[in-house]
Design a binder for this molecule. Structure first.
Ligand SMILES: NC(=O)c1ccc[n+]([C@@H]2O[C@H](COP(=O)([O-])OP(=O)(O)OC[C@H]3O[C@@H](n4cnc5c(N)ncnc54)[C@H](OP(=O)(O)O)[C@@H]3O)[C@@H](O)[C@H]2O)c1
Length: 241
């Protein structure tokens, strides 16, 4: 039976979620790409199918329990989930003193609570087989706070802390947990389309490449169970860190 990969937080074709989908399909998995926008998912499925890969797009909201549970149930019906990636999380910046509580809470819902819902549903399926890989997408904010990023930092650091706890709890039960810190801007639509001048100034070596990032996830996925990595951090050679 074909094994599946589920990636939640898939947006435009030039984005991390989409590249993760392509890499997972190249590895022979039937990929379930999931996000909030059907049109984006259709485009990614088309790309994967164009090289003979297998993919299905399922709209889901990572912050909604029944939506996430339904996604995992549908994925398992296609084939056992061997790779699951929590990639949802737009950048939540903002002035701390004028930020309302709803904004702060929403950052936590997307970046932290969603990771909990996704992990819980995925782990229940994987534990039945005592195998599978579950990876979370982090950011610079996972490791350190900076001005105007209180909400995003609290949320991403929470996701990382949860992932660490899950690694210590479930790796002994056969599940590989991973967290990837993307330490800098990504050369994808989110930055290039929203901040074109910044992207042009940064240039190809000033933003982290999508192919290199996606390959890092697959590197963790392919590791044998007697040599597992929990965390990788990725940045361009120009990054001051
Ligand atoms: N872009 C960067 O420079 C950068 C840097 C460091 C880390 N990261 C991390 O990388 C990941 C995203 O990569 P990316 O920026 O290239 O974007 P992407 O993977 O192209 O897209 C991420 C998608 O997640 C979706 N999403 C947001 N909230 C969701 C929810 N509640 N349920 C389901 N899907 C949801 C967004 O949908 P909508 O389009 O509907 O909003 C978006 O399309 C995030 O975890 C982010 O924190 C990004």
């Amino acid at each position: 039976m074909t094994q599946t990969a589920v990636i939640i937080g898939v947006g435009p074709a030039e984005g991390l979620g989409a590249y993760l989908g392509v890499k997972a399909a190249e590895a022979g998995l039937h990929v379930i790409v999931s996000g909030r926008t059907q049109k984006d998912l259709d485009a990614v499925v088309k790309i994967i199918c164009s090289f003979g890969g297998k993919a299905t797009g399922i709209v889901a909201d990572a912050t909604n329990l029944s939506s996430v549970n339904s996604l995992i149930k549908k994925a398992e019906a296609i084939g056992p989930i061997d790779l699951a990636i929590y990639n949802a999380g737009n950048n939540f910046s903002g002035n701390f003193l004028t930020m309302d509580a709803e904004y702060f809470e929403n950052a936590w819902r997307v970046c932290t609570l969603g990771g909990f819902l996704f992990a819980q549903a995925t782990l229940k399926a994987m534990l039945e087989r005592a195998s599978g890989t579950l990876i979370f997408t982090g950011a610079s904010a996972s490791m350190r706070g900076k001005p105007n990023f209180a909400a995003f930092t609290a949320a991403k650091a929470g996701l990382r802390a949860m992932a660490q706890s899950l690694a210590r709890e479930f790796q002994p039960q056969g599940i590989h947990l991973g967290h990837i810190v993307i330490d800098g801007g990504i050369m994808g639509d989110k930055v290039v389309k929203t901040h074109p001048k910044f992207a042009a100034k940064a240039g190809i070596d000033g933003l982290i490449g999508l192919t290199g990032i996606a390959e890092a996830y697959l590197y963790l996925y392919r590791q044998p169970r007697n040599a597992w990595t929990f965390e990788l951090d990725l940045r361009t050679h120009k990054e001051n860190f």
